[in-house]
Each structure stands twice: as structure tokens, then as C-alpha cells.
Design a protein around this ligand. Structure first.
Ligand code: ZN
Length: 52
């Protein structure tokens, strides 16, 4: 994968919802659920949805 811009440090984690291994741009904290991109969207409060 190649992206323009500064590289982001990705951390491997296991999604707490679907159980799939994923990478997140932040260090997963112990005891806190980590969601992959798909599940993260589902767990987000809908009222915070914004169009860019
Ligand atoms: Zn997931």
C-alpha cells in the first residue's frame, strides 16, 4: 500500500466485534475494545456523522 504523505504508525489489533485482525493508527489500550474500520463505523454515534 502506498499513500502520499507522512507514514502513519499502525498497530496490529484484533477487532472486538468481528474478531478480525486489523490495523489501527493508534496504540490499542488494554481493556478497551478495538474495532476495525467497518465495525468502528457501526459503533460510532450516528449524530456525529458529518459530511466532508
Ligand atoms: Zn470488525
Amino acid at each position: 500500500m502506498r499513500f502520499d504523505g507522512p507514514p502513519r504508525e499502525m498497530h496490529k489489533a484484533v477487532c472486538s466485534d468481528c474478531g478480525q485482525e486489523c490495523e489501527v493508527p493508534f496504540a490499542p489500550a488494554e481493556g478497551r475494545p478495538v474495532y476495525c474500520r467497518e465495525c468502528f463505523r457501526n459503533h460510532r454515534p450516528p449524530r456525529q456523522q458529518r459530511r466532508f
